[in-house]
Design a protein around this ligand. Structure first.
Ligand code: PLP
Length: 478
C-alpha cells in the first residue's frame, strides 16, 4: 500500500511507504496523506473478524494498510498496544477484558467506551499505537525524533503517556500557561520521565500552535533537530481509529446483514474521518452523525455545502473544549474523496481556505454526491449539554462527559427505526468536573490511580510566547 497527497497525487512527489509518512506530518505540497485506494473488506473477512478480540482485529486492519513492517512485528505491536492492562478504566459493570466495551442506554442506542486508556480520552486509542510504531520504526532505522506539539488539554497528555520512556523519542509539548484544568495540568506536568518536556507558554493555545508552525517552518532547524509531529493529521492516528468502528459494529449487531449508525463528537474531523474510511472499506454503516458544539463550522458545511472556517478570535470557548476548533484539519481528506480524488480541485478549494477564505460547493456536481457518503450533522450548545448529562443520569444512572453529551444529543435527533445508533464516548467525566458539577451538583467519580495527582511534584518550564525561546530550549536538551 502506497500513500498519496490530497494536493499532489503523483505530480509533486512519488507515492510513499507507510513508514515514511509515519514520521512526517503534512506532505511536501501541503496536502494530507491517504492510501492510493481504500482496501475492501470481503463478506468472508467480515464474518471472521466478528469474533476477534481487539488486538487481533486491529492487526487484520493494519495489515491492509501497512506492507513495510513485517507481519510478526506488526502483531507484537498490536498485542502490546491493545491490552486490558493499558485500557483499565472502564465503567463499573462493563467487561474489563474488552478494550472498548459497549454500554446499552436503551434498545438500539449504545455508548462505545473509547476513553478507558491512560489519559481517559479516546485519543489514547490511536496515540498508544503511534508510540509503539515510532519506537519500532526509529529502532529499525537507527534514528531519533523530537516531537513538538501544542495542546489545550487532551492531545498533550495522550501523546506524553504514549511516548514516555520510549527509546529515540523526546516530546516537547507546549500548553497555554494557567489555562488547562488542574487535573489536566497534573496529568502532564507530573510525569517524571526524562524524555518528556512540558513548556507552559505565557499566552493562549493559538500562540502555542503558532510557535509550533514557526519552528516547523524553519527547515534548517527542523532537519537538524529532527522535529516530528503527532497532531491529528498524522495518518497513523486516523488508521488506528478505524478499528473501533468495526469493533462497535460487531458489538451492536448479530449479523453482517445489519446496518448501524455512529454519532461522533467532532472538532478536527479526525475521529469521524476514520468512520468514513471504515464505510468506504465496506463496513455496513448507514449514517455518520457528526455533532459539533457552539463551534459549528462542520455542521454548517453538511447542512449548506459552505465550508467557512473562522479565525481564532471567532472561536467560542465552551464546556466541550476539545471541540473548540474552527478549522478542521482532517476535513481535506473527506473533501478529496467527495471531489472524486481530484487533487486539482482540492488545491483550488484550499487555496481559498489557506488564504483565510471559504468555499461553497453549491452548484457543483460534488453537492449532488454528498448524500452518498452518509453524513448528517447537528449542533449542541451548553444548555443542551447540561440537559443531556442530567437526563442520562436521572433516567439511566449513566454519567457522561461534555463531548459525549453533544454527540448523544445529536444522535437522538437522527435515530431511524431498526438501525442501532452507536454514540462514541470520547472522554471520561472526571476530565470536565466543573461542568458535571454544574449539571448534577456533584463531583464525577475519579479512577483510583488518579487520586491526589494534583499534589504530585510537577515539572514544567514557563516561557514567553516566542519561537526563539522554544528553539533554545529544544537545542539545550538534545
Ligand atoms: C479530540 C476530541 C474530540 C474531537 O475529535 P476530532 O478527531 O478532533 O474530531 C472530541 N472529544 C474529545 C474528548 C476529544 O479529546
Amino acid at each position: 500500500m502506497k500513500y498519496i497527497s490530497t494536493r499532489g497525487a503523483n505530480t509533486h512527489e512519488a507515492p510513499q511507504n507507510f513508514s515514511d509518512i509515519l514520521l512526517g506530518g503534512l506532505a511536501a505540497d501541503g496536502g494530507l496523506y491517504l492510501p492510493e485506494t481504500y482496501p475492501q473488506v470481503s463478506p468472508a473477512e467480515l464474518a471472521e473478524w466478528r469474533e476477534l478480540p481487539y488486538a487481533a482485529l486491529a492487526l487484520r486492519i493494519l495489515q491492509k494498510f501497512v506492507d513495510d513492517i513485517p507481519a510478526c512485528d506488526l502483531k507484537s505491536l498490536a498485542d502490546r498496544t491493545y491490552t486490558a492492562n493499558v485500557y483499565k478504566h472502564c465503567r463499573p459493570g462493563a467487561d474489563a477484558s474488552d478494550i472498548t466495551p459497549l454500554t446499552t442506554i436503551e434498545p438500539g442506542l449504545h455508548l462505545l467506551e473509547l476513553s478507558n486508556g491512560p489519559t481517559l480520552a479516546f485519543k489514547d486509542m490511536a496515540m498508544q499505537l503511534l508510540g509503539n510504531l515510532f519506537e519500532h520504526v526509529l529502532a529499525q532505522r537507527n534514528e531519533t525524533i523530537n516531537i513538538l506539539g501544542a495542546t489545550s488539554g487532551d492531545t498533550g497528555s495522550a501523546a506524553e503517556y504514549a511516548m514516555r520512556g520510549k527509546h529515540g523519542v523526546r516530546v516537547f509539548m507546549l500548553s497555554p500557561h494557567g489555562l488547562m484544568s488542574a487535573f489536566q495540568r497534573a496529568q502532564m506536568y507530573s510525569l517524571p520521565d526524562a524524555n518528556i518536556f512540558n513548556i507552559a507558554i505565557l499566552g493562549m493555545f493559538d500562540d502555542c500552535q503558532d510557535i509550533v508552525k514557526a519552528v516547523s517552518n524553519d527547515a534548517a532547524f527542523k532537519a537538524k533537530y529532527k522535529i516530528g509531529a503527532v497532531n491529528s493529521i498524522n495518518w497513523a492516528r486516523v488508521l488506528a481509529q478505524i478499528v473501533y468502528y468495526f469493533k462497535g459494529y460487531f458489538a451492536a449487531t448479530r449479523s453482517n446483514a445489519e446496518q448501524v449508525s455512529f454519532a461522533v463528537p467532532s472538532g478536527n474531523f479526525g475521529n469521524i474521518c476514520a468512520g468514513h474510511i471504515a464505510r468506504m472499506m465496506g463496513l455496513p454503516i448507514r449514517r455518520l452523525v457528526l455533532a459539533t458544539n457552539e463551534n459549528d463550522v462542520l455542521d454548517e458545511f453538511f447542512r449548506t455545502g459552505v465550508y467557512r472556517p473562522r479565525g481564532a478570535a471567532d472561536t467560542w470557548v465552551t464546556s466541550s473544549p476539545s471541540m473548540d476548533i474552527s478549522k478542521a484539519s482532517n476535513f481535506e481528506r473527506f473533501i478529496f474523496d467527495l471531489v472524486g480524488r481530484d487533487p486539482a480541485v482540492v488545491r483550488e478549494l484550499w487555496a481559498a481556505v489557506d488564504a483565510g477564505g471559504s468555499f461553497d460547493l453549491n452548484g457543483t456536481p460534488f453537492m449532488a454526491r454528498l448524500p452518498e457518503f452518509g453524513f448528517v450533522s447537528g449542533k449542541s450548545i451548553h444548555a443542551d449539554r447540561l440537559a443531556t448529562i442530567r437526563a442520562l443520569w436521572r433516567e439511566h444512572r449513566l454519567m457522561i462527559d461534555t463531548h459525549t453529551a453533544d454527540a448523544l444529543k445529536v444522535a437522538r435527533e437522527n435515530r431511524e427505526a431498526g438501525v442501532p445508533m452507536i454514540v462514541l464516548e470520547t472522554a471520561q467525566p472526571v476530565k470536565f468536573a466543573e461542568t458535571i458539577q454544574e449539571a448534577l451538583g456533584c463531583d464525577p467519580t475519579r479512577p483510583a490511580d488518579f487520586d491526589g495527582i494534583e499534589q504530585l511534584p510537577q515539572r514544567v518550564t514557563v516561557l514567553k510566547a516566542d519561537a526563539a525561546a522554544v528553539k533554545a530550549l529544544i537545542a539545550a536538551n538534545c
